[in-house]
Design a protein around this ligand. Sequence first.
Ligand SMILES: *[C@@H]1O[C@H](CO)[C@@H](O)[C@H](O)[C@H]1NC(C)=O
Ligand SMILES: *[C@@H]1O[C@H](CO)[C@@H](O)[C@H](O)[C@H]1NC(C)=O
Ligand SMILES: *[C@@H]1O[C@H](CO)[C@@H](O)[C@H](O)[C@H]1NC(C)=O
Ligand SMILES: *[C@@H]1O[C@H](CO)[C@@H](O)[C@H](O)[C@H]1NC(C)=O
Ligand SMILES: *[C@@H]1O[C@H](CO)[C@@H](O)[C@H](O)[C@H]1NC(C)=O
Ligand SMILES: *[C@@H]1O[C@H](CO)[C@@H](O)[C@H](O)[C@H]1NC(C)=O
Length: 869
Amino acid sequence: MKITTILSALTAATLVSAGKFHSLKPGKTNILPNAFIIEYEDGIQHHDAHDALKTHKVDYQVRNEYNVFNGASISVNSNHDGHALAEIPGVKNVWHITVYSMPKIEKSKVKPTDPQATSDHIMTGVKDLHEKYKLTGKGVKIGVIDTGIDYKHPAFAAKGATAGCFARFGKNCRVAHGWDFVGDDYTGFNSPVPDSDPMDCYGHGSHVAGIIGGNALDIKVTPKPPQPFVGVAPEVTLGAYRIFGCNGSAGEDVILAAMELAFNDGMDVINMSLGGGSSYKTNPTSVLAEKLIARGMALAGAAGNDGADGVWMVSDTGLGDHATSVASFDNLFVFMNYLTYGGKQFPYNWSDAYGKVISLPASATLVPLLVNGVLSDGCDQGSYAGLDVKGKVVLALGDVTRCKSGGRGALAQSNGAAGIIIQSNDAGIDSLGGVPNLPMASIEFDAGVAMLATWKVSAKSAISWSTAQAPFSIDNSGAPSGFSSFGLDGDLRSKPDLGAPGGNILSTYPLAKGGYAVLSGTSMATPYIAGSHALYMQAKKAKPHGDEIRKVFKNTATISKNYKSKTFTSATKQGAGLVNVLNAVLTTTSITPDHIDLLDSVNFQKTVKITIKNTGKHTETYLLSHVPADALNSYNASNSFPLGTPLIEADYATVKFSQGQVKIAAGKSAQIKLSFQEPKKGKAGQFPIYSGFVVATPKTKNSVAVHVPYTGVKGDIRNVPMMDTDLGFPALQAVNASGALSDVPKDFTFDLTNNKPVVLTRLGSHSPDVTIRIFDADKKFVGFLNSKDAGPGFGSQGRVKNVDDTTGQLVFSQYTWEGQVLASENATLVPTTLNGGTYDIVVASQKKFTKGNYPADFEVFDLGKVTIA
Ligand SMILES: *[C@@H]1O[C@H](CO)[C@@H](O)[C@H](O)[C@H]1NC(C)=O
Ligand SMILES: *[C@@H]1O[C@H](CO)[C@@H](O)[C@H](O)[C@H]1NC(C)=O
Ligand SMILES: *[C@@H]1O[C@H](CO)[C@@H](O)[C@H](O)[C@H]1NC(C)=O
Ligand SMILES: *[C@@H]1O[C@H](CO)[C@@H](O)[C@H](O)[C@H]1NC(C)=O
Ligand SMILES: *[C@@H]1O[C@H](CO)[C@@H](O)[C@H](O)[C@H]1NC(C)=O
Ligand SMILES: *[C@@H]1O[C@H](CO)[C@@H](O)[C@H](O)[C@H]1NC(C)=O
């Protein structure tokens, strides 16, 4: 029988070396127990691989078989762990099955009836493509790997679809393909119960699908759209690949299966955002994504919503060399309730505790809390001295350094005020906690200035409070969203790639949940890019590879500024800028590559060549120029963990061009040599990330200019702190049987049952290898710590978030130790248990861009001696 062929295949494979087990990354603790994703060596057939598993006495069930990804996911009943599986000939990679949580739905205060919610197409040129160029995405297929799609929604039964499509999906319908991989009750941890109906019972997938291709411009059925609404590509064909139950998470085994089916169904584009911020591109979905892209499919992944955590946070899904990592921009206008004073309208936000539209009588006039003629913060009773505020609305400055909105509110209430207006003292409108039962409004700083001026003219002016909302171009409209994550990635590559509207976006929602909703997130920006691919493909009557389209989109994006800033936003936040699909379609020029990674001072890429191609019909002359952008300093005070809000600095690099302009014949290319110099300003010891754009502007009037972003780090990247020493990490603690942590008592012996040593780490910047090393009394290395809960003490890691989104608790990793070690990072079968004795524990994180020689290439912390029984 086939024994000989199996053996020859296996022998060939073993020559390559043993496989690699990608152990659990601390911080990513959501894994399925005893279940693995296995990738086989190239050329290994599935049946041979299964024979090999059986030969090695692995007792397992197949969860999924994959094809483009040469491998399978399995549940293991025998004692084999990931290391043991990786040792089996023919196995290339083994991963735990990570369980990804369902994308969070961030509802916006913007209402579906607010015209603003459709202003996104104005910013991106899509409005023109719809109206002037009649582009609709027809003929292009986009797969939505998500919570399903409510295909009964009338916005998915538009032109070209037969009437029967109102209640179903399938051939000739807008949602033409689909599969439910999991069933309603799937949580990510129980067994999926697949069926053929990808109906959405959650909402996220329907919203995403509507952004890509909803069409509610001319539909006369119920529910009527709150306003005419259209997605980016209203005639695109959709595939609904449902990987989430109604409430829960999704295993990566299911995600791989969905990606493969989308590919087999002929989807041209998929987009997904399931990354965890590890910032290294080694997870199975990234591996498969690169294979699918190589076969012609495009992939857009969300950059993530961790903008409040500062640099190095961009999520994994878009990190592949050819994938597109998508940042978010806020919609142009915001619709808000407002007050009218002195004939001018000022938008306000009510406090959380008050929680509703403010309505006060005309008699409730304004009383500014002036102290010596200056508006006070309203934190002290002194602010009220000599003022009659009974039944009036007081105005105070919102400086939170002395007291918060609760303190101001309580004081206003005790003085008998009918309400309080708080002037924000920074850009935009503040979010306020407030106090119950007291109308409290937050207004922009400039609004406060204008109101004071009116009051000085006539203290009796009435404040009138709106019952409805109106459009305002306030805080951040049209600018990069605050929540959108910053790069760079672990290899100092320029990610995210580009941005799209993702803040305050109207789209479809399941009919059972009202039919329409306004949501925010890079989850909303990613499908915008997917839909834009469809318009581009239709315009070009071709289906270029995803990375080719990414280049055009990046070349022609709109380089943007932060709200009210005079300088350009860092490319680490906005990528190449806000997508402009109209310019992408119209341009007759491209620049390759689509990003320039200057790396750090040590590995500085001083000279870089770019190729400009003239794809137009005429010879064109291009002027070359340089647009510097904000530099981001995250280590201002020699802090060991990056600032949540990086300081913006004017550290600009300089660029010299081999020629200032270049003439290129139709269809021809030219190479330009760029000589970069690092910014003179900016302290190398604080590792500012600087960036900018190299621009080629055609001399022909009204032609589209093209550009490429560059990014670099001033300083030696090896010295960027990794462990958060400011907060005392890494640390050694004791953990008792109920999980409580405490300091290790002096001369203590751990019994490894009622008390165990635990190593705590908190990583502030990527490391290719975070190791926990155990040495014996003779200082001899005995192995890497192996933790039953956190896995082996080695492997690449991205930085952690500062605090957990839901619990608000500090994020760190915890490796409980029961005396087990792994002799090396690769070829170990099973952990060994050390004899009782005294050992030394060392936490050593490999510095970026080093070969990994210990200890020279590591940031080393000796945690001291531990005695185990
Ligand atoms: C989802 O499940 C969790 C835990 O079981 C529960 O707290 C939550 O309310 C559920 N959410 C929805 C939308 O059903
Ligand atoms: C209004 O305040 C809420 C919280 O109180 C906040 O989530 C929201 O972003 C604020 N809206 C604006 C437009 O500032
Ligand atoms: C698109 O991306 C969103 C978030 O970025 C994700 O939740 C969804 O699965 C993706 N949809 C498609 C088109 O696959
Ligand atoms: C940055 O450092 C300067 C000088 O030490 C200090 O004045 C400033 O407060 C720091 N800013 C932040 C945000 O840490
Ligand atoms: C663990 O320590 C906590 C806090 O000191 C204590 O409350 C708890 O009883 C201890 N549990 C055990 C099993 O010792
Ligand atoms: C891993 O295996 C390779 C080849 O077998 C060997 O050269 C290397 O030293 C091993 N690495 C470690 C860390 O043990």
